[in-house]
Write a protein that binds this ligand. Structure first.
Ligand code: HEM
Length: 392
């Protein structure tokens, strides 16, 4: 009997792409963990993400609520709603992510990126994840929220605690820590709402208060949801890019010499080593995907990371190619749930890499083996020990 197809197997976490290639040959089948249905071909992935009636996001929060937690604050987030509720909420919150809102942030994000880059490039050896990738999005989210500097380190802890809710079987002590973290976040967000109500500023919280029709509960759960949505993914994008550069020195040389290639580099990393590998959906009625029957109630793993390696859509899909033409790929999802923070994430990555690459002549790994995040949803290294070769 052949081994079960398991998205969580250690060798698959280290490199999921051979398993994805096998899945695309089937093409829709059940996998571990939990016997969920994996959709792996590009066109099937797009079809599922477009069909929000049969492939629902509502109820996902409930499926991931562990029994030890009374209330999962992320369960009420936009990403876990269907129309018409999703349409109403998305209309109300999207202004906070408009081009104008991003433009207001750009100079500040650039200053943070320069400060972090200056600190990493001259060290003998540095863990790029801890020193740069995790710091930039935490600082940017803090800026977006209008958080005081003393709360920046807490923001990181909060994001980690929220992300660990669905994934872990915590000890009683750890459960208590997570509960306390949630209460602390709630107090902080309530205080933020009260202070911006009294004196509106130009931050996201003030924007949300200006959106008539949103309740305070909805504002709170939206703020909660931005931590897992906007933090780890962006950190992984920065780390995955630096990792790809260490493994493709010729491409690294090219981008360092020609910084206008940085947006191209980011887009190809988003395809080749995407931080969000999978979206999830619940099947609302017996249906068919890619010619295979999938029953009502099934949980579907929509494998974005596989769709972007599909040879039918991308010639030589396993090759990292800075000159690849043809955008329109799926790293930020597709359809009504298309990532609200995509432009912000791209801006953070661009400014982060511009600051970094302007200061170096090259970058190399100091240890070859990489330990990857154990999630089948997010992909990025847990540590990335590198040595930069600073410019004179
Ligand atoms: C949704 C990826 C950064 C906020 C999504 C989805 C993906 C994604 C794939 C769709 C989920 C689904 O279809 O179920 C990414 C990646 C990022 C990133 C790869 C970084 C490289 C951000 C940032 C923010 C953000 C920086 C905000 C600060 C959101 C929100 C949604 C979302 C609010 C839900 C949209 C909706 O349901 O209508 N993201 N994201 N993301 N993302 Fe991102």
């Amino acid at each position: 009997m052949s081994a079960p197809l398991n998205l969580m197997a250690p060798d698959v976490r280290a490199n999921p792409y051979p398993l994805y290639a096998e899945l695309r040959r089937r093409p829709v089948c059940q996998v571990e963990p939990g016997g969920m249905w994996a959709v792996s071909r590009h066109d099937d992935v797009v079809a599922v993400l477009k069909d929000t009636r049969r492939f629902s996001s509502a109820g996902l929060g409930r499926s991931f609520l562990p029994p030890w937690l009374e209330r999962n604050p992320v369960a009420a987030s936009l990403v876990m709603k269907d129309p018409p509720e999703h349409t109403r909420l998305r209309g109300l919150v999207s202004r906070a992510f408009s081009g104008a809102a991003l433009q207001r942030l750009e100079a500040q994000v650039r200053a943070i990126a320069e400060e972090l880059a200056e600190a990493v490039v001259r060290q003998q050896e540095v863990d790029f994840v801890a020193a740069f990738s995790l710091r930039l999005p935490v600082r940017v989210l803090s800026l977006l929220f209008g958080l005081e500097p003393e709360l920046w380190p807490r923001m990181r802890v909060w994001a980690d605690d929220l992300l660990s809710i669905p994934a872990s079987h915590p000890t009683p002590e750890r459960r208590e820590e997570i509960r306390q973290s949630l209460e602390e976040m709630e107090r902080c967000f309530q205080a933020l709402l009260a202070s911006r109500r009294a004196a509106p500023g130009e931050d996201l919280v003030s924007e949300l208060l200006g959106a008539e029709g949103l309740t305070d509960d909805e504002r709170m759960s939206f703020l909660f949801s931005l931590l897992p949505a906007g933090f780890e993914t962006t950190a992984h994008l920065l780390s995955n890019t630096v990792l790809v550069l260490t493994r493709h020195p010729r491409e690294a040389e090219r981008v360092i010499a020609e910084p206008r290639l940085i947006p191209r580099l980011i887009e190809e990393v988003l395809r080749y080593e995407p931080p969000a590998q999978s979206s999830l959906r619940l099947v609302t009625e017996d249906t068919e995907v890619g010619g295979v029957r999938v029953p009502r109630g099934a949980l579907v793993a929509v494998l974005l990371g596989s769709a972007m390696r599909d040879e039918q859509r991308y010639p030589e899909a396993d090759r990292f190619d800075l000159d690849r033409e043809g955008q329109g790929h799926l790293p930020f999802g597709h359809g009504i749930h298309f990532c609200l923070g995509a432009q912000l994430a791209r801006m953070e990555a661009r400014l982060g890499l511009e600051a970094l690459l302007a200061r170096i002549r090259g970058v190399s790994l100091t240890r070859q083996e990489v330990s990857w995040s154990q999630s089948y949803i997010a992909r990025g290294p847990l540590r990335l020990p590198v040595r930069f070769e600073p410019r004179a």
